[in-house]
Design a protein around this ligand. Sequence first.
Ligand code: GCB
Length: 594
Amino acid sequence: MLPPRDTSTRERRSLNGLWAFRLDPEGTGRQAGWWRSRLPQAREMPVPASYNDVVPDITVRDHVGDAWYQTMVRVPAGWSGQRIVLRFDAATHRAAVWVNDALVAEHEGGYTPFEADITALAAPGAEVRVTVVVNNELTWTSVPPGHVEETARGRRQHYFHDFFNYAGLHRSVWLCSTPATWIGGITVDTGLEGTTGTVGYAVRRGDGRDGCARVVLRDAEGIEVASADGAQGVLRVPDVHPWAPGDGYLYALEARLLDDGGQVADSYVLPVGVRTVEVRGTQFLINGEPFHFKGFGKHEDAPVRGKGHDDALMVHDFELMEWIGANSFRTAHYPYAEEVLEYADRHGVVVIDETAAVGMNLKLPAIAGHGPARTTYTSETIGPDTRRTHLRAVRELIERDRNHPSVVLWSIANEPESAVPAARDYFAPLFEEARRLDPTRPVGFANVMHDPARACLVSELADVVMINRYYGWYVHAGDLAAAETALEAELNDWADLHRKPVIVTEYGVDTLPGLHTVLDVPWSEEYQERFLAMYHRVFDRVDAVVGEHIWNFADFATRPETGRVDGNRKGLFTRDRRPKSAAFSVRRRWRNDV
Ligand code: GCB
């Protein structure tokens, strides 16, 4: 599904703004047909945004179930003869959409887009009613998983991941036009042969018929550097300017779909970065050069708007990453807004792209003392139906993001239980599917501390070892000497046993800004600094470590818990993006400014 763009043959209109909104705690809206007229008893709600924190009311914040959104939109009169599409960049976690009285789309998966062809319902010049019901329930078959408990005080959502279950229309909504014969998809795969770049491409007609296409590749100055006829082929670019970390050089591939008479029916322009990615031994190579990941696991999270995409915040986050010397980040723990990847493409920022499969480890809540002990992989918990949803999540992620040069590695899950044979059975088909869909990128998952090198049965399937470690926090809290010994021993174990590049995808400590100590006292700013300095000393002693992603870029919201002080405070920046002391020492390391 191509992102909406204005081209010579296409237009788009943003539906962002204030929509009518209403929670449906009794779940009566579907029966009553709330899409059939003006939404009863509605309040106004911004789109995009999570609805949870916009209203200072605990019943809104903790709502479980359906929430309804509605807006009116006038279809541009100039779109007559065009195909008209309604597109949601995301609706968390599942949605159904009506245009006037007709159901036009249903989608599950809160972080990937979906669209509906509404040409038959949207006469150019007319006004149409768009109604969306968004449901935030996490179940044993959703990704991420969870379960809803019916209690005397109402329904309660339980889940196993450490970030707040924000919901709503988190990203933009678009009304788009395309020609009646349209481009349904474009894929590119790039390569380097000496100083020549190759761009393999395939242009797909939206209606599935074979199509004729012409493609033209232009450089950043708009000068044509290659062209070809045919729906698929390979373009060669002599003296190519590769896309590289820190150098987000992009070409523009214009694909023109020709109709049966040979006239241009549709045109779409796709940014293309020419680069290669390869795992060789314990090295991670981009364009044949060893790459060392410096950066963060992040979250889409901010006060008031929750997970709502916001360009101001996005640019600020990238500027802060640049300030601190980060070259990469992981989209923990779900696919981020496409604007984020497009920005990373343009600015040469490297991305580990993750599905929303987080919290597939039912040992952890029991270990932490907030939940009964359960078996992770059973037909009642994480079972075949969950895996079907998970497979779809892998497909939707790769389909959406495979053309982004910034994305160099797929992460198919975060911290699943991985030391039991059932985990291997669960994950093997997911790795297989990721590789089938995209043979050009390595695939991995973030391993949990409880399943180390000798116990984990899934890491063998991965191209890269990705581990989240908390020596000095969840174990050896306050004892950095013991933590250092344990960390180094474990990293050496991974390096010796697996002989693959190791990326430490999480390490960090909760830190309250303003709490200062002389000694190693957890939660203090000094402890965060010393903890990170210790990890960095160890990383520098283990050659196989090719990446360091601090957990987390910024403090973020979680469900209320005694181990969390108004959320998770492991950020190097506060939730409103002020640096903690450690940000300055990390900056010295990452900018080589010692
Ligand atoms: C982890 C998880 C992450 C948590 C983090 C923490 O291992 O992957 O989602 O937020 O630990 O702070 O406990």
